[in-house]
Design a binder for this molecule. Structure first.
Ligand code: FPP
Length: 248
């Protein structure tokens, strides 16, 4: 049995799935058709993730600001999410994926909340891929809620806050910092997604609209990640070698 799961050498990847609306509009289709095609892309990336070394995949399905969209679009998205959870449970269990939902639940319908609890329970034994779906999620709100749980007078560390924040989001294992954040759809912003967890994330922006996102696009984002040198504020390999040569 693994002592930690997901194993630390597996990647912690998050995706802002943008571009469903534009994909549909360009085809003369309603925006909801773009979201439906987006759900197919979700299936593709979940299937491809383990073979690309991904241990945790967090998908931004509905932000707390998305409530401002037309009611028909909100309903279509909520319907789609419930249908997705229902239809994918078997596949999740068979592939060893564990699914949890992060974000507020009190504004979701009772039926959707029930579906979420059901799929979370049904997939709780999954140990190959940790899938987190962010629903009615706002990073700033989640940080404020977690901060309120800090014990007064206790000296809080970054590690303590990591744990408190993760525990306040879901029962899933504490996953720590995001390694790679991908945003599709050509825009380059974070949109209140995992702001704390992305402190040292590598950012990869793809011009593909989300419904066209596939295994190859995910692979190329992961390859781009592996080409980057992560320094976490320290020196890169070359600069460190030059500094120690200078010192010697
Ligand atoms: C942003 O594109 C996308 C969303 C607000 C919804 C994301 C939902 C899905 C991908 C489908 C369902 C998800 C799961 C997990 C089954 P947009 O509509 O803002 O696109 P636009 O910028 O082109 O208008």
């Amino acid at each position: 049995m693994q002592s930690t799961w997901p194993a630390r050498d597996l990647l912690n990847v998050a995706i802002i799935m943008d571009g469903n609306g534009r994909w549909a509009t360009r085809r003369g289709l309603p925006r909801s058709a773009g979201h439906r095609a987006g759900a197919d892309a979700v299936r593709r990336v979940i299937e491809a993730a383990p073979e690309l070394g991904i241990g945790t995949l967090t998908l931004f399905a509905f932000s707390s600001d998305n409530w401002r969209r037309p009611i028909e679009e909100v309903h279509a998205l909520m319907w789609l999410l419930r249908a997705f959870l229902r239809s994918e449970t078997k596949r999740f269990i068979e592939s060893g994926a564990r699914l949890t939902v992060i974000g507020r639940r009190d504004r979701l319908t009772a039926r959707l909340r029930t579906e979420i609890r059901r799929v979370e329970r049904a997939t709780a034994g999954g140990n190959k891929l940790n899938v987190r779906v962010a629903l009615d999620y706002s990073a700033r709100e989640s940080i404020v809620r977690a901060a309120a749980r800090l014990q007064p007078g206790v000296d809080a560390s970054v590690e303590t806050f990591d744990r408190i924040l993760a525990e306040s989001l879901s029962d899933a294992p504490v996953t720590g910092g995001i390694d790679l954040l991908i945003r599709s759809g050509g825009e380059k912003r974070l949109s209140d997604f995992l702001l704390w967890e992305c402190a040292y994330a590598e950012l990869v922006f793809s011009d593909r609209m989300w419904p066209d996102f596939d295994r190859d696009e995910l692979r190329s984002a992961v390859e781009e990640f592996h080409r980057r040198e992560r320094r976490f504020g320290g020196l890169g390999v070359e600069a460190a070698a030059a500094a120690s040569a200078g010192a010697g």
